[in-house]
Design a protein around this ligand. Structure first.
Ligand code: NAD
Length: 305
């Protein structure tokens, strides 16, 4: 068997197009354009790339993009003041503080200062708690993207056995909660788990977000299982020349694709979905703030097909 390749770029293009169409219809009705504010503290090169991309894609979707770049030395009070201002700014419907923050800043406190209805990353404790109790809430973008892809691959997720490898607050935990909310039977493994291959062999769905290149091997995978690789790792690629690198996921892709039923590549799998889902979350936040019907996007959580 050779697994079906799940084309995250194509999925993301559909989501972006739907968001753009919806913005074009709703903005004239509401008399206002959706606005996304992204706050970056410091000069982490990867974060700078993400922030640029988020701003560009928001503009392409017909939204307003507000970027705040603050120096590494920014003190908590200054950042909290900015967030408070954005919370009350009626032009801003979504606020995202790019993580990681410099170590002198208390990430939890900063994130929990964002108004929950503008928390388009879905990291505010109130949104986390609502997702954890199966209530409608803004959900984190990367697991939302994974769920959209899983919904289109599986007519019915109920009763499927899913293994999530990685239990971070950003990916693993929200992913597990969303699968549970979809009535999957969910196992969560992490770096202290001792029996991951055995757990994986029972899983119809494996989602891995560990940050360990080649962690998931083909003999872990139940034939026909769906494998979603969230990992993004840069490794040396001497075959491309001296000092060259390439991106790989957490899955031994070439081997696992011979066993799995469907698999996401890296790059081009989950990655492109993350920003597309940020735009979808910003649109949802805007709809709620304007009292507009927030119809699910075609690839959305509530709309399997
Ligand atoms: P993290 O470091 O916060 O968490 C890693 C998790 O993996 C932890 O729960 C840890 O216990 C677990 N883990 C580590 N080594 C393990 C092992 N050998 N076996 C089993 N579990 C192990 O990372 P994160 O923020 O959750 O990100 C995970 C990966 O996903 C990274 O490669 C990151 O770059 C990537 N990521 C991708 C996107 C995207 O848009 N595609 C978004 C977020 C994160």
């Amino acid at each position: 068997m050779t697994a079906e390749l799940i084309d995250g770029k194509a999925f993301a293009a559909v989501v972006r197009e739907k968001v753009r169409d919806r913005v074009a219809t709703l903005a004239p009705q509401a008399g206002q354009t959706p606005g996304l504010a992204v706050v970056l503290v410091g000069h982490d090169p990867a974060s700078e790339v993400y922030v640029r991309s988020k701003g560009r894609q928001a503009l392409e979707a017909g939204m307003k993009s507000f970027e705040y770049r603050l120096p590494e030395s920014t003190q908590a009070g200054e950042l909290l003041d900015l967030i408070e201002r954005l919370n009350t700014d009626t032009q801003v419907h979504g606020i995202l503080v790019q993580l990681p923050l410099p170590s002198h800043l208390d990430e939890r406190k900063i994130i929990n200062t964002i108004a929950p209805h503008k928390d388009v990353d879905g990291f505010h404790i109130s949104n986390v708690g609502m997702v954890g109790t199966g209530q409608d809430a803004i959900v984190p973008c990367t697991p939302l993207g994974c769920m959209m892809m899983l919904r289109t691959l599986h007519d019915d997720l109920r009763g499927k056995t899913a293994l999530v490898i990685g239990h971070s607050n950003v990916v693993g935990k929200p992913m597990a909660r969303m699968l549970l909310n979809a009535d999957c039977t969910v196992m969560v493994a992490h770096k202290s788990s001792t029996n991951i291959p055995e757990l994986a062999r029972h899983a119809d769905i494996v989602v891995v977000a560990a940050g360990v290149p080649g962690l998931v091997r083909s003999d872990w995978i139940k034939p026909g299982a769906t494998v979603i690789d969230v990992g993004i790792n840069r490794i040396a690629a001497p075959e491309k020349g001296e000092g060259k690198t390439r991106l790989v996921g957490d899955v031994d892709f070439d081997e696992v694709r011979k066993v799995a039923g469907a698999i996401t590549p890296v790059p081009g799998g989950v990655g492109p979905m993350t920003i597309a889902c940020l735009l979808a979350n910003t649109l949802s936040a805007y709809c709620h703030q304007h009292g507009l019907a927030d119809e699910p996007l075609p690839l959305d959580e509530q709309d399997p097909k």
